[in-house]
Design a protein around this ligand. Structure first.
Ligand code: 5GP
Ligand code: ZN
Length: 114
């Protein structure tokens, strides 16, 4: 998608602080971090929202979580804990319509989120 911010990051057209990339997944630090660690984990494929997922995407979604787990370990968060969340549509706070997992950690995280 030529007008998608995260597709531009995947393409290298907009700079980002990458922490992981592989054939399917790219991860980079959030520009407006909400915790000491705040990383966004995205598929290279443009998928606007969770509502656009189908069964064929199941391995890809699994890969997003595997990358989240790896980065959490790299950031030293595995024992203390961390949160992985994906917002769907504006009512839940989604502002970039290319699916992304938020990985948050490094401070106490309260529940429920606002
Ligand atoms: P959402 O609100 O869609 O769940 O999350 C979008 C996230 O993307 C926000 O946390 C926001 O700070 C982040 N973001 C927006 N624009 C940029 C950008 O240009 N670079 C990076 N690294 N993060 C961005
Ligand atoms: Zn996109």
């Amino acid at each position: 998608m030529s007008d998608c911010l995260f597709c531009k990051i995947v393409a290298g057209d907009i700079p980002a602080e990458l922490v992981h990339e592989d054939a399917r997944v790219v991860a980079f630090r959030d520009i407006n971090p909400q915790a000491p660690t705040h990383v966004l984990i995205i598929p290279r494929e443009h998928i606007p929202t969770i509502n656009d997922l189908d069964a064929a995407h199941e391995p890809l979604v699994g890969a997003l979580f595997s990358v989240a787990k790896k980065i959490a370990g790299d950031e030293g968060l595995s024992d203390d804990g961390y949160r992985v969340v994906m917002n769907c549509n504006e009512g839940a706070g989604q502002s970039v319509f290319h699916i992304h997992l938020h990985l948050l950690g490094g401070r106490p995280l309260h529940w429920p989120p606002g």
